[in-house]
Design a protein around this ligand. Sequence first.
Ligand SMILES: Nc1ncnc2c1ncn2[C@@H]1O[C@H](COP(=O)(O)OP(=O)(O)O)[C@@H](O)[C@H]1O
Ligand SMILES: [Mg+2]
Length: 392
Amino acid sequence: MGNCCEPAQINMRKRTEASQNMSGIMEMLDKDGLKSVHYLSQNTMDTSESTQENLSKYEIHQLIGRGSYAKVFLVSRCLTGEKYAMKVLKKCEMECKRDVKRVFIEKDIIQHLDHPFIVKLYSTFQTKDKAYFILDLLSGGDIYSHIMKEKHFTEERARFYAAEMVLALGHLHDNEIVYRDLKPQNIVIDSEGHVKLTDFGLSKTNFQQDQKNTICGTMKYIAPETISGEKYTYTIDWWSLGIILYRMLTGKLPHPTSINKRIPYYIINYNLPFKSELLSKPAYDLITKLCVRKPEHRLGAGGVNEIKAHPFFKEIDWEKLYNKEIEPPYIPREELHLQDNIKGGIEDTVVKSKKKGAFSEEYFKNFSFASPEVMDSSATMYEEFEEKKDSW
Ligand SMILES: Nc1ncnc2c1ncn2[C@@H]1O[C@H](COP(=O)(O)OP(=O)(O)O)[C@@H](O)[C@H]1O
Ligand SMILES: [Mg+2]
């Protein structure tokens, strides 16, 4: 999640059942304030009371990720031993209602999407101070940490990750969601070597092309029209993909300055100086077409198929890729090991904030959700456990 403040702009156009649920939530959040989310959740999927999903069901082993808002832990479900990632957000770090709204938006997006290259949500719950997401464990590390370690990737590897992201972003756009925070930190490798998009804290649902929007995202990857506060379209995500592809292939960022404050000036005023000598012809061609300053001339303005058809992706069989039938070029070697339970120490590992929690449990009422998958496997295990106990 990054920083973002935006005017409430709601589109009630509905496409799928999932987006109906999301638009319902969005509408109520904006019209009536946060509390009204309770109404919708009660009528749809919220199951906190019935599932009894809570922190005590998990053993916390180690910190595996840290973002601008959240910490992510490797956890195992006590009854089944299954490993998950647990994203923890501190309520006291949410400064305005919109921050709370983003937590709900993130939950609703991941809960409803089902895609091989988008992280899966198993459950959500809360304690007095924190909100928890139980997610797919992606044990291979994020793309950023790999670039830092390995400097840059082979073209084959960069193409594979970029292609999986093309499918993930295309799916979001089909569902009227603009991602808005594409960066290497939010793309994480799973144990088999595929990548998944995580962190939907800045995404926008029910997105209408050409609506006036807010400056939002991470400066190094942000499109010029976002910075200048113009109307923008789904193509802001394709711009970010171009910058990421350049970084994966060269280990560098294209901006002619490393001073963060000056980056927006270059993005708005100049064509970024991508170094053609570091890239193959098709790679250079794709990157420069994704990073065209005028959004209407950018590759992808006419839909995801424009990008899929680019010569850089000539070798990619998109159907096989979607079905995970293409062998990943890199398979993470090290399995994450379950360390001793650190639950007693979770308070120490989550940054202590001096701010007093402004948002009580009331604001997060009905935040909890549990997928049948996680509950079913536990129910079976629980029955077995009870049977064993009887025979002791
Ligand atoms: N499901 C996951 N499995 C493993 N690591 C993850 C997972 N989700 C996120 N991470 C790691 O945790 C970091 C922070 O998570 P993120 O959701 O991006 O938090 P924030 O909203 O604070 O940016 C990510 O950059 C990534 O390295
Ligand atoms: Mg993040």
